[in-house]
Design a protein around this ligand. Structure first.
Ligand code: FES
Ligand SMILES: [Fe+2]
Length: 451
């Protein structure tokens, strides 16, 4: 048994997870799994410790010595760029007595010195300074033994940095699989790629992490109701199906994404989500005709990289469809307990985009998502209610509905995948589907049962 598998699966829990598996096959999910503390411990040990976990973007650390502090679930992490320009991620904890080395969100350092007894580590993690070392430890102290603990794996995709606690985890490329094709469109589409603006916004919500993952992974259905104020203000169309036009794409490994295309009632709209025309040839250099085709008609992309990194690329603004501005946000649902999630939200823009566009894009992001964002407020209020209503005894015998598709076809698999969809994955010709959510929970369930 590896050091990552301390949570053991009691025979009773194993039976319950098998029961969850059976229910998922019929399109239901027992509500208790959302907030059960035993399930939460298993998730940490069997999902988060064994998959890839997003910890930042390369543009957040452009120079040698730059660092940011992050969390890998409950492990504090310092991610830094070494003198030779390489990225390294360490457990942010001194090897002597465990003190957290860095408490700032970000900065630039030549070395990390512990505030307790002063042990000093290089950007490469080596122990390079011990106060009064010879006199305290003798000349024979083996400093190599006390180098900072590195996160076993660290890999990037289009500048997105992921870490894993599992040294044997499959390569990141392979893990992302077909999702990479869609991430090319969202984050890998220009020569100089994208950069993060500002520090990531973060705040804590009394909700279970899975609710955010599955909402962004495939829930276009909630928009007309949860975000009803946008309809009432005239910012969204009155057509209750306006977010249903498009495709829900189910990908391997629990990933999923949806592309909402423009409502036929909206009339002519600009391609590439209204991105500035001066970028179009840049997009055309970096994307395939199929990728460009998918993007050309898109209004919104949203999805989830299993288990807890979501992305959203919508168009928002006031004053008619021609004035909507696109932005991209990456959001991580960092579980800090069965009923608490810390939301981390990054804003990214193409480096080569006009400054004016970047500014407008950032404004739209802050107005709609993040702790002050109107749409985010709508969402997390609902997620808190789900979490609060899932902890009681009666929720233990209650199944949630995960089997509907649009147009009152209530059975599973009644909508056939679109054979003409040009991208990877199984693409259904509507976004009012729950195939993505079922797939998320199927992968989640199977991972929980692996010793
Ligand atoms: S705890 Fe860091 S030097 Fe003692
Ligand atoms: Fe929402």
């Amino acid at each position: 048994m590896s050091r990552h598998t301390r949570a053991t699966l009691e025979p009773g829990m194993h039976k319950q997870l098998l029961d969850v598996q059976e229910r998922l096959a019929t399109g239901t999910l027992p509500q208790w799994v959302l907030t059960d503390p035993t399930v939460f411990n298993l998730e940490v040990e069997r999902i988060f410790a064994r998959t890839w976990y997003f910890i930042g973007h390369e543009s957040e650390l452009p120079n040698p010595g730059d660092y940011v502090t992050r969390w890998y679930i409950n492990d504090p992490v310092v991610l830094t760029r070494t003198k030779s320009g390489e990225l390294r991620a360490y457990l942010n904890s001194c090897m002597h007595r465990g003190t957290m080395l860095c408490t700032a969100d970000s900065g630039n350092r030549k070395a990390f010195t512990c505030p307790y007894h002063g042990w000093t580590y290089s950007l490469d993690g080596d122990l390079i300074g011990v106060i009064a070392d010879d006199k305290v430890y003798g000349a024979e102290m083996d400093r190599e033994q006390w180098a900072l603990r590195q996160l076993p794996r660290l890999e990037s995709f289009h500048g997105m940095i992921f870490a894993s606690l599992d040294p044997d985890v499959q390569p990141l490329d392979e893990y992302l699989g077909g999702l990479g094709w869609y991430l090319d469109i969202l984050i890998g589409r220009t020569d100089k790629k994208m950069e993060v603006h500002g520090a990531p916004l973060r705040w804590v919500v009394d909700a279970n992490w899975k609710i955010g993952s599955e909402n962004f992974g495939g829930d276009a259905y909630h928009v007309a109701m949860t975000h009803r104020s946008t309809v009432e203000l005239g910012l969204s169309p009155k057509d209750p199906l306006f977010t249903s036009y498009g495709h829900q794409v189910v990908l391997d490994q629990g990933h999923s994404m949806s592309v909402i295309t423009k409502s036929p009632k909206l009339g002519p709209t600009p391609p590439y989500q209204g991105q500035p025309e001066e970028l179009w040839s840049n997009f055309e250099r970096n994307l395939t005709p199929d990728q460009l085709g998918v993007w050309r008609d898109a209004a919104v992309f949203h999805g989830t990289c299993f288990p807890n990194l979501s992305f959203l690329s919508p168009m928002h603004g006031a004053g008619g469809h021609a004035h909507l501005t696109n932005f991209l946000t990456l959001r991580q649902w960092r579980p800090i307990g069965p009923d608490k999630v810390e939301i981390w939200s990054w804003f990214l823009a193409d480096r080569e985009a006009p400054e004016e566009f970047k500014k407008e894009s950032y404004k739209r992001y802050v107005a709609t998502f993040g702790p002050a964002g109107t749409l985010e407020q709508d969402d997390v209020e609902i997620w808190t209610r789900i979490t609060d209503a899932s902890k009681g005894l009666m929720a233990r015998d209650k199944d949630l509905s995960y089997g509907n598709v649009m147009n009152y076809v209530m059975g599973l698999d009644r909508v056939d995948p679109d054979p003409d969809w040009p991208g990877p994955g199984t693409a259904y010709p509507t976004t009012f589907m729950e195939a993505a959510q079922r797939s998320f929970y199927e992968v989640w369930n199977s991972l929980l049962m692996v010793d």
